[in-house]
Design a protein around this ligand. Structure first.
Ligand code: 3HC
Length: 309
């Protein structure tokens, strides 16, 4: 279909209430940033245990932020943390949590069917004006949106890890996203004190479309025996000014996540096949459960004495 324009039937939405699905690292980070910037936020996950984990992620990150904002004042730090938590409700009732939402952000498991099923349910209970978006890094936004009858009010808001620290949000508009919805997405990002960029619904959008092939080529350098992971990391940090080398970044993002993205792109067939050809080292590490920081072992070890971090 052609690009929709501002002639959409719905007035621009002034987002106040945000409901976030998923309380993992990304979901919790988005909840935190929204709450810090005075949105009313509801964090939704399947059960209280998952929600507790999300609150713990937010709590430890808020402590860092508070220390930075009020270096010498523990009282103010505490006040800031309490004030932020006061903006956050939690729920494991998807329908109830969506009834007053102006914007729903989904950050659940990277599975197309799971995302479509969730949005299809929410489409029936969320207010007519509510905007929907996904934080997916590997699935086409347009495919997820098809599960709803509000494709004009659907887009992507792609945040980066660690969400409270990384300034960018990629705002993805599909061919169906209305101008009003797009404007509201951009406005929300700005009010979250992030810098939004506009992108189309293409594999990896902008950041991952560049980062993922770069990380893959880094592994190929090691596979070909041209340099060690340590030397490649030193090279990119000191020679190109990256905050992390590609192997540190792979471990940080998760090797399973990167493999999942690459495998998906290969199947989709839109990205040059050479860029996404399988790499034995990566496949073997993932098969062994060496997924990076989160499993204690990836290209580097994160356990015990002598661990990298
Ligand atoms: N919450 C709040 N603040 C945090 C934080 C968190 N979870 N983690 C780090 N920070 C802040 C620190 O407070 C510190 O702030 P300051 O510089 O203002 O004092 C700053 O980040 C730096 O932290 P540290 O000094 O502890 O550690 P580093 O200097 O090693 O930085 C890093 C850590 C910010 C992660 C940095 O290494 C970095 O920017 N790495 C690259 C991250 C990146 O590329 N992310 C994108 C990954 S791709 C992705 O997410 C897409 C997905 O779809 C796959």
């Amino acid at each position: 279909a052609a690009f929709s324009t501002s002639s959409s039937a719905y007035a621009p939405v002034n987002v106040k209430n945000i409901t976030v699905f998923g309380s993992g690292l990304m979901g919790a980070g988005i909840v935190q940033v929204a709450a810090q910037n005075a949105f009313n936020v509801t964090m939704v996950d399947l059960n209280p245990e998952a929600l507790k984990k999300g609150q713990d992620i937010i709590n430890s990150s808020l402590k860092r932020v508070a220390k930075k904002q009020f270096p010498e004042d523990e009282g103010k730090q505490k006040e800031f943390i309490e004030k932020t938590f006061a903006q956050i409700k939690t729920s494991s009732d998807a329908e109830a949590a969506s009834k007053d939402a102006d914007l729903i952000i989904e950050a659940i498991v990277e599975n197309l069917t799971a995302k479509q099923q969730l949005f299809s349910r929410l489409d029936k209970v969320a207010p007519e004006h509510a905007l929907f978006c996904s934080n997916t890094s590997s699935l086409p936004i347009g495919e997820i949106a098809k599960a709803t009858k509000r494709e004009d009010r659907f887009g992507g808001l792609h945040f980066f890890n660690p969400v409270p620290q990384m300034k960018l949000v990629e705002v993805i508009r599909t061919s169906e996203t209305s101008q009003d919805s797009f404007d509201a997405f951009m406005d929300v990002c700005t009010r979250m004190k992030k810098t939004p960029i506009s992108c189309k619904d293409t594999p990896g959008f902008v950041v991952n479309r560049l980062l993922v092939p770069y990380m893959m080529e880094s592994i190929r350098i090691v596979e070909r025996g041209e340099a060690t992971p340590q030397d490649v990391d030193t090279a990119m940090k000191l020679g190109a000014g990256f905050p992390m080398g590609p192997f540190e970044l792979l471990d940080f993002v998760g090797l399973d996540t990167t493999k999942f993205i690459v495998d998906g792109w290969r199947k989709e067939g839109k990205v040059d096949a050479n860029l996404v050809a399988p790499i034995k080292i990566l496949d073997d590490l993932v098969a062994k459960g060496h997924l990076g920081r989160k499993s204690g072992q990836g290209f580097y070890s994160y356990q015990g004495v002598g661990g990298k971090k």
